[in-house]
Design a protein around this ligand. Structure first.
Ligand code: HEC
Length: 403
């Protein structure tokens, strides 16, 4: 019952998280596009009002004409719309999901003893610390080097790469990718909470009081907001990566994470320039090349054949199905059975406690346990390399269920 309730919590939180994230990133993409697509007004009336850029758009049956004021309009309207709930609700639903999925199941999801052996309590502590330190260091970089956009940009990029490396050396691959994404997403939300919105509030307060506006607030907000723009694609990859064990279970998974995030930044760069009317194909080309290189580097290698008979007859090395069942029973059924011991219900609905179950999932077993070594999860059941090789041989020999 507890598992069932957790599954619902998982579903509802994930649903909410995706919806809020669409709203946040959607509005953020929209404003980046809008800002970069504005044109100088021709109308003298608009210029006199202080309008610096405007845009005409048609959408959903109506015409829209957003206008941007250089500093601010002469008098502030009563109703000023702020954008922050999209960000806060994305962070809150994401954090809740992290708690329900990863922190509650630290021993299976956060820990991989082959990466770093630690207690579940320590793993939870590390995960939370990772998010907090992630923000503190990033914020310090911006405070100290904030005068130069370029220096800050380079330092932040290097910092994210180092953080990805660290995560991949503490947590199980799946969690490491997710936590790196969560760390960057926390930075994005904290930027909104601690800098962008307070800066805007100060500007509005100064305008209302008829005082001069300190341009530093606008500059700071802009810098953080630019970082957020470049963070979006890397974060989305990190969040989706846990469905693709070929990425997080790869040998040098930290490098995979960094390279895919880098590809995301390069692709985003193309769109940012495109909004300004500059088409530079080199950016997405470099991004795609980077992805291609990753795909090439982590492609499954053909395994060396074990003990072939002299005439190379594969049948002579056919693996008995009893052995396969034995491996399933000792290493997999803990989580993949009608009533598994380590999970509330069969993980991903995959049951390996019957010959039929094993047969029908042969391809996936091969992929997950032999090629990518993503299963058993965090190798909690300590499968050996020989056993993996045996499963490989069984599959390559036709995955027979007769002996
Ligand atoms: C500690 C629990 C645990 C153990 C032990 C375990 N698994 Fe899994 N397995 C999971 C979980 C959790 C998932 C779902 C992962 C996800 O949501 O992507 C999963 C998913 C899978 C999938 C589906 C992957 C996909 O993306 O479609 C396969 C296949 C699989 N496991 C095979 C195995 C095999 C084979 C073994 C034994 C060698 C094994 N598992 C041992 C927990 C476990």
């Amino acid at each position: 019952m507890e598992g069932y309730i957790l599954d619902w919590a998982n579903l509802l939180l994930r649903w909410l998280h995706v919806i809020t994230a669409i709203a946040w990133i959607g509005s953020s993409f929209y404003f980046v596009w809008l800002d970069n697509s504005l044109t100088r007004p021709i109308d003298t009336g608009l210029k006199d009002k202080g309008v610096d850029g405007e845009l005409w758009a048609v959408h959903g049956g109506g015409f829209y004409n957003p206008q941007k004021y250089l500093t601010a309009p002469k008098s502030l309207p009563e109703n000023l719309h702020w954008f922050y709930w999209e960000s806060y609700s994305t962070w809150m639903s994401g954090f809740a999901l992290l708690v329900v999925l990863y922190l509650f199941n630290a021993s299976t999801f956060l820990i991989d003893k082959n990466v770093y052996d630690m207690s579940p309590g320590a793993a939870v502590g590390f995960a939370v610390t990772y998010l907090i330190v992630g923000w503190v260091v990033y914020d310090a970089i911006c405070r100290i080097f904030g005068k130069s956009d370029r220096t800050v940009g380079i330092l932040v990029a290097v910092y994210v790469a180092v953080a990805a490396f660290v995560a991949c050396h503490i947590f199980a691959g799946r969690a490491a990718f997710l936590l790196t994404g969560a760390m960057i997403a926390t930075i994005m939300s904290a930027n909104v909470l601690f800098w962008i919105i307070p800066g805007q509030r100060k500007v509005v307060a100064a305008l209302k009081a008829g005082q001069p506006v300190d341009p530093i607030h606008g500059k700071r907000g802009k810098q953080r907001s630019v970082h957020n723009t470049y963070f979006t694609l890397p974060v989305l990859f990190a969040m989706l990566s846990n469905h693709y064990s070929m990425t997080y279970a790869a040998k040098n998974n930290w490098l995979v994470l960094i390279m895919v995030m880098l590809a995301g930044v390069m692709i985003r760069q193309f769109f940012i320039l495109k909004h300004k009317g500059k088409i530079n194909i080199a950016w997405p080309a470099a991004g795609v090349a980077c992805l291609g290189l990753v795909a090439f580097l982590i492609a499954p290698q053909p395994r060396p054949q074990v003990a072939k008979s002299a005439d190379g007859d594969a049948a002579a090395t056919a693996v008995s199905f009893v052995k396969v069942q034995e491996i399933m029973n000792t290493r997999c059924v803990q989580c993949h059975a009608e009533q598994p011991k380590m999970m509330p219900t069969a993980a991903k609905g995959i049951k390996l406690d019957s010959a039929d179950g094993i047969k029908s999932h042969a391809q996936l077993i091969y992929q997950q346990a032999v090629q990518q070594k993503a299963m058993p999860l965090g190798n909690v059941t300590q499968i050996t390399d020989d056993e993996r090789a045996l499963l490989g041989q069984w599959f390559e020999g036709g995955a027979k269920t007769t002996n």
